[in-house]
Ligand binder design. Structure first.
Ligand code: G3P
Ligand code: MG
Length: 253
């Protein structure tokens, strides 16, 4: 399972598929990270017709060409969850990234990403975005788990989310798939008991929260620790020396 990976030291996760050099969360970015990381992280969310698409922001403005398309003028603020799979398929996810070239990239779905991971024998961290208030939590989780089951790669997947309730739901439905709590600003109170109550396997927190005592406590109670986003090689080594399992990085060597 994905947990086997944690037996290896100093893991590098390709953040949104190596987003410093290629347009994030595209198949191109995923392809370019092969051979340069131990696992790939992507963000997923639902289209209006409940197709799981690979995108970070809750709106389409930053990472597509939507503002250039007259057909969608009336659709501001361009919320991903207001667009159907067919509509999302008409956008270009690559060209925004390059300053002097037009290199279009197609929509990436979770299904295609998982096929890619399977074909290339890679490992993936699926981060489920927490922005779908219009959907039942259970539904997002069961759709993600269904995709994983259909692509038959549950042994190569770890699920994480800032919405921690998703992780408990995931464990209840599919206990074999490892999960990780994501935290940005503040460690939850009674951290270890909290993680136990959610039945997660790992803790993913921002670099600013990473300290030796917390990492030591997590490791000695059996939790794996990954830190985001760490682009500085010196900081990476400090974290590995603290006992951190892995770091998410925008730059891959
Ligand atoms: O999963 C680690 C990291 O990706 C969490 O933050 O905002 O980049 O999805 P974000
Ligand atoms: Mg992410």
């Amino acid at each position: 399972s994905f947990l086997e990976l944690f037996k290896r030291p100093c893991l590098i996760g390709a953040h949104r598929g190596s987003r410093a050099l290629y347009p994030e969360n595209t198949l191109c970015a995923l392809e370019k990270s092969i051979g340069h990381c131990d696992f790939i992280e992507i963000d997923v969310q639902l289209s209006s017709d409940k197709i799981l698409v690979v995108m970070h922001d809750d709106t389409l403005e930053r990472t597509t060409n939507i503002k250039e398309l007259d057909a969608y003028k009336s659709r501001e603020p361009y919320k991903v969850s207001d667009f159907s799979y067919e509509e999302l398929s008409t956008l270009d996810y690559g060209s925004w990234f390059y300053s002097d070239e037009i290199k279009p990239e197609p929509l990436l779905t979770l299904k295609i990403a998982l096929e890619f991971i399977k074909e290339n024998h890679l490992f993936i961290n699926i981060e489920i975005k927490d922005i779908h208030n219009s959907f039942e939590d259970k539904e997002v989780i069961s759709l993600v788990l269904q995709e994983i089951a259909e692509s038959k790669i549950k042994d190569h997947v770890l699920i994480s989310s800032f919405r921690h309730q998703y992780l408990l739901l995931s464990k209840e439905i599919q206990p074999d798939i490892p999960t990780a709590v994501l935290v940005e600003k503040k460690h939850p109170k009674n951290l270890i008991n909290y993680l136990k109550s959610l039945r997660v396997d790992a803790y993913h927190c921002s670099d600013k929260l990473a300290d030796e005592i917390t990492v030591g406590n997590l490791k000695s109670t059996g939790f794996y620790v990954n830190i985001y986003t760490v682009n500085d090689p010196i900081r990476r080594q400090q974290l590995f020396d603290m006992g951190v399992n892995g770091v998410f990085s925008d730059y891959l060597e």
